[in-house]
Design a protein around this ligand. Structure first.
Ligand code: PMP
Length: 311
């Protein structure tokens, strides 16, 4: 297939069965590996959907400036989509996010503004959001997709990520008994979890959260290494009523699982992939043999060389 541009190649990522990290007492775990998606993460899907949704609604002009507060991958996705479509992009990001993310966005031609994270990621993200809103108020060319409230974020997962999962399990003659994910905007867990619940009403949906940003569990919000999740805010688009159980994952457990994904399964994935798989292994133990658990590896490990994953 010849693509007219790289955006036509977004999605269609593989669902990979874990062979070594699960045991004979566990359900099988299938990992949707978004590290091989265009742009290296699941967030290219949401960037594309939010920009094309805005284009359809007439909210963008050729001289629009796309401004988004993000802890990283959404900025990479938007920078990529903006590059192909010819928009300017300005990304506002906490300085605690990896330097690779910033370099990648700049390489796509985006401008990156860093906001200092003083040890409370929630407060820092709020500051990034306020800055974006201020820019929108001051310049009519500014368009802020607002991934934390934008329902196109959910649609990208419902109609893209979830339908791919459903097609793959259906082809294999399987049902999905468990799904789990961490959450940043909540787009993944709400979009995919909701769609899986519609098709498989008994599916267990578990949410994973970092120990030092265990918002749903009522923990304190601090700094952690599980970038992309645990932003310390409860997003407007997140439907918490879907969630059957909340699992707290420590930084060490997330890092260990991410390393095992590479060494034992050949999946070179980021830290939140470790979080998701740590949660999936607990869900797989609970459900037991003969059942199927699905989770995501949201991004490639290649944007973590400067982080604790390689420390
Ligand atoms: N992991 C990583 C690495 C991410 O960049 C994101 C997006 N913030 C997530 C997980 C969580 O995805 P969502 O925003 O859909 O909750």
């Amino acid at each position: 297939m010849i693509c007219e541009n790289i955006l036509e190649a977004v999605g269609s990522t593989p669902l990979i069965r874990l062979r070594h990290m699960t045991g004979s007492d566990d359900a099988q775990v299938l990992v949707k590996f978004e590290g091989v998606n265009v742009g290296g993460s699941v967030k290219t899907r949401t960037a594309l959907r939010m920009i094309e949704g805005a284009e359809k609604r007439g909210e963008l002009a050729p001289d629009s400036i796309i401004v988004e507060p993000t802890s990283g991958n959404q900025g990479v996705g938007l920078a990529l989509v903006a590059a192909v479509k010819g928009y300017a992009a300005r990304i506002i990001m906490p300085d605690s996010c990896s330097v690779e993310r910033r370099r990648i966005m700049e390489h796509y031609g985006a401008e990156v503004l860093l906001v200092h994270d003083e040890g409370d990621i929630g407060a820092c993200i709020e500051e990034c959001i306020a800055l974006a809103q201020q820019m929108a108020a001051e310049d009519s060319r500014v368009f802020v997709p607002q991934q934390f409230v934008n329902r196109d974020n959910l649609a990208a997962h419902r109609e893209g990520t979830a339908s791919e999962i459903l097609a793959d399990v259906e082809e294999a003659g399987l049902s999905v008994d468990g799904f789990c994910s961490g959450f940043g905007t909540g787009g993944t867990i709400t979009g995919i979890g909701g769609e899986l619940r519609r098709v498989f009403p008994d599916v267990q949906v578990w949410a994973a959260e970092p120990e030092h940003a265990a918002l749903l569990s009522g923990g304190a919000i601090g700094t952690h290494v599980q970038m992309g999740i645990g932003d310390g805010i409860l997003p407007a688009i997140m439907d918490t009523s879907l969630i059957d159980e909340i699992v707290v994952v420590t930084d060490d457990e997330a890092l260990e699982c991410a390393r095992r994904l590479a060494r034992e399964e050949g999946l070179f994935a980021g830290i939140s992939s470790g979080t998701n798989v740590a949660c999936a292994l607990r869900l797989a133990r609970k459900l037991g043999p003969g059942k199927t658990v699905v989770t995501l590896a949201p991004d490639t490990g290649e944007r973590y060389f400067s982080t604790a994953l390689f420390g």
